[in-house]
Design a protein around this ligand. Structure first.
Ligand code: NAD
Ligand code: MG
Length: 413
């Protein structure tokens, strides 16, 4: 669970202190140039008295990173791609901002003294730096759901060991976190994540088969990075989120469900033993859940469009279609298998999504490749129990190899 009773007590203490005089919060953003990173920095820009930027990182977008580092007066800027070092150093020369590059530098950025680290790298690439932030005892605002999919047990154990907080940025999990509040685990009957259904919600099999990346990238409600947008189209995003929820909240697999809600206004529903259902609603704008993860247990202003339910008129719900969108079932199978299976699912999905984005495979090949990998892994050494970050990284690497060999079998170069 994200927060136990003891942590709620600590939250109250912090709220009392906050009331006594708000202090500046030092913030680092891993994946600053991405969609979540930029939304975070947009909030930072709106609350100059509240936040101070420590470290910002990016994969290869040196220009974007340098601009953000200068605008937000960061102390450190790190580019993951070592080849970006010279350009970044040139762009930031004379600013006093410390510049570094490469994997170790990402860990260094994550480990800088800060009150909160926003984990918004995409994919398993965020595992090691995010874990470093946890181990330093930083509050982690977690957008990078692949961390919990690939290494959920390890992460939650490390969060407990460091006695720190992992606050969900994912809108559904932020909603669940709010709807659960201080409720006892025994009172929760079910958690239902909502899914927009993505751009292909009403497409039939033939159209799905021919779907192109540019069509899949046109999400009806959310503006997000490419990988998660494709995950939304296949509905693997909801599968990953079910696994994420299993680690964050005190529920079992059978207590987790999802429902398609095309308007993306209700983000999650928590059902209680007395028949009550608590839901959280907001316009689809990630600045709302990001703001809560940064400011909890307080709240801060955001420019998110205010809800006008009368104007919306209708909120609708329907069951996901497992035949056209098998990804949720695949994620459930991996979740039930446990051990390294979710890490295999995640790695295979990352490889397949990239191949689709590069026009090397069709849309329906994405879940097919993931399914092939899970089948192959379940009979081999890949789906063993994993307990250490090095073991998880080894599984991640091997599963990527396996996925590439599955692509080759399908005649993909
Ligand atoms: P994005 O593609 O827009 O940004 C990703 C960021 O990670 C960029 O700054 C990029 O430079 C960096 N990055 C990419 N590969 C890297 C690597 N190998 N090493 C180091 N840095 C790397 O993605 P996003 O949409 O901002 O999503 C980020 C994470 O947040 C994902 O895990 C996603 O599932 C999650 N999330 C996003 C949204 C959203 O609305 N965008 C909502 C919920 C959850
Ligand atoms: Mg989400």
């Amino acid at each position: 669970m994200v927060l136990g009773e003891q942590k709620n007590e600590r939250a109250e203490l912090r709220a009392m202190k906050a009331g006594a005089g708000q202090s500046v919060q030092r913030l680092s953003v891993l994946g600053a140039t991405g969609s979540i990173g930029q939304s975070t920095l947009d909030l930072v820009g709106r609350h100059p008295d509240r936040f101070e930027v420590v470290a910002l990182t990016a994969n290869g977008d040196v220009k974007g990173l340098a601009e953000l580092a200068i605008r937000h007066r960061a102390k450190m800027a790190v580019v993951a791609d070592p080849e970006g070092y010279q350009d970044l150093a040139k762009a930031l020369s004379g600013t006093g901002i410390v510049v570094a590059a490469g994997g170790d530098a990402l860990v260094e950025a994550a480990s800088q003294p800060a009150d909160c680290v926003v984990a918004s790298i995409v994919g398993a690439a965020g595992l090691v730096p995010t874990l470093a932030a946890v181990r330093q005892g930083r509050r982690v605002a977690l957008a990078n759901k692949e961390c919990l999919v690939a290494a959920g047990e390890l992460f939650m154990r490390e969060v407990s060991a460091a006695d720190t907080e992992l606050l969900p940025v994912d809108s559904e999990h932020s909603a669940a976190f709010q709807a659960i509040g201080a409720s006892a685990a025994r009172d929760i009957e079910a958690i239902t994540l909502t899914a927009s259904g993505g751009p292909f919600r009403n497409w039939d099999h033939e159209r799905l088969k021919a779907a192109k990346p540019e069509q899949a990238l046109r999400h009806p409600n959310w503006s997000m990075g490419a990988k998660i947008t494709i995950d939304s189209a296949t509905m693997m995003n909801k599968g990953l989120e079910l696994i994420e929820a299993l680690h964050l909240f005190p529920v079992t697999i059978s207590q987790l469900d999802c429902v398609v809600h095309p308007q993306s206004i209700v983000h999650c529903l928590v059902s209680y033993r007395d028949g009550s259902v608590l839901a959280q609603m907001a316009s689809p704008d990630m600045r709302t859940p990001i703001a809560l993860a940064l400011s909890w247990p307080e709240r801060i202003d955001t420019p998110t469009k205010r809800l006008d339910l009368a104007e919306l008129g209708q909120l609708t719900f329907e069951r996901p279609d497992d035949r056209r969108f098998p990804a949720i079932r695949l994620a459930r199978e991996a979740m039930a298998a446990g051990g390294a299976a979710p890490a295999v699912l995640n790695a295979a999905n990352e490889v397949a999504v990239m191949a689709f984005l590069e026009n090397r495979i069709g849309f329906l090949d994405i879940p097919a490749v993931v399914s092939d990998c899970l089948d192959a892994a379940s009979s081999g050494a890949l789906c063993r129990a994993v307990d250490h970050i090095d073991e998880i990284l080894a599984v991640d690497l091997a599963a990527r190899e396996l996925a590439r060999s599955m692509l080759e079998k399908r005649g993909v170069a």
